[in-house]
Design a protein around this ligand. Structure first.
Ligand SMILES: [Fe+2]
Ligand SMILES: [Fe+2]
Length: 276
């Protein structure tokens, strides 16, 4: 095992204990300054941020409703304990984005309606990832919780691609921009807390995959294949459809894709799988 791969990863039990020490409430984050900031953004920035917030709204609805199968596929009580906390975390994230739309975008509605409105601005690559790949992988795992390959495929889709590449890239650039700009402090606080939750989720996925691949090396091909299948859609899903572009937020062309691929490659090294 190389130096990187020998690095110790936190176990599900350690991640569970960390969750107990990290509670926060989506309904207590102070959003009182964000409404005025939102109204004062220039049109291009507001349109781009609306698209990002819509992606986040739909993503959290998808990943909180397409998760129970993994809880049922737990190997032991410690893993089940951690996975139950992740399910609650994802629901909290969905609640935060819905509350943000209620109070800041000033568009009060039930969560289902928020999700439907948010979907109107999203493109085909987003649907490919969240409505097809994720749903199919979850259905397969739900039907056969004891199928190792189905579990590896689901965790690759969910924890490596969606959380570890797409989500991590979005939060890195968005928090960086909002920090520099000094606006939307409530969003920055909530999104920062969400990003900290996501670090635990990604840590779980990395540890699980490393264990699974160490036990059955041929499962490395399942990881590689799923990533190769989804990476083109991920690269497209981080760019807004139409004329909007991240350069409005000071991000250079190609920077998102490079950051995402670097993060993914580093994590796969820990798992013990090399992308060809
Ligand atoms: Fe989440
Ligand atoms: Fe997550």
């Amino acid at each position: 095992m190389s130096g990187v791969a020998a690095q110790r990863l936190r176990s599900p039990q350690e991640l569970y204990a960390q969750w107990e020490r990290s509670h926060w409430s989506a309904h207590e984050v102070d959003l009182s300054r964000d409404g005025a900031d939102w109204a004062a953004l220039d049109d291009g920035e507001r349109e781009l941020l609306y698209w990002v917030l819509s992606s986040l709204m739909v993503a959290e609805e998808r990943i909180s409703t397409q998760f129970c199968g993994l809880v049922l596929a737990q190997d032991d009580e410690e893993e089940g304990s951690f996975l139950s906390t992740q399910l609650v975390d994802e629901v909290r994230h969905m609640q935060f984005y819905a509350r943000y739309r209620d109070q800041v975008i000033a568009d009060p509605a039930a969560i289902g309606e928020h999700v439907a409105r948010a979907r109107e601005v999203l493109g085909a690559p987003f649907r490919r990832i969240f409505d097809e790949a994720l749903v199919d992988a979850h259905d397969r795992l739900r039907r056969s919780p004891g199928d190792r390959e189905a579990k590896v495929d689901f965790v690759t889709t969910y924890h490596m691609v969606i959380e570890g590449t797409l989500g991590l890239t979005a939060s890195h650039f968005l928090l960086d921009f909002l920090g520099r700009r000094g606006v939307l402090p409530g969003f920055v606080e909530g999104y920062g807390l969400i990003a900290a939750d996501e670090q635990r989720h990604i840590a779980y996925g990395t540890e699980f995959l490393r264990r699974a691949v160490a036990e059955r090396p041929e499962l490395g091909d399942v990881v590689r294949q799923r990533i190769a299948d989804l990476l083109p859609a991920v690269a497209e899903a981080v760019s807004p459809p139409g004329n909007g572009a991240w350069d409005l937020l000071g991000v250079e062309d190609g920077e998102l894709a490079r950051f995402g691929l670097d993060a993914l490659t580093r994590r796969l090294k820990l798992v013990g799988v090399a992308l060809r």
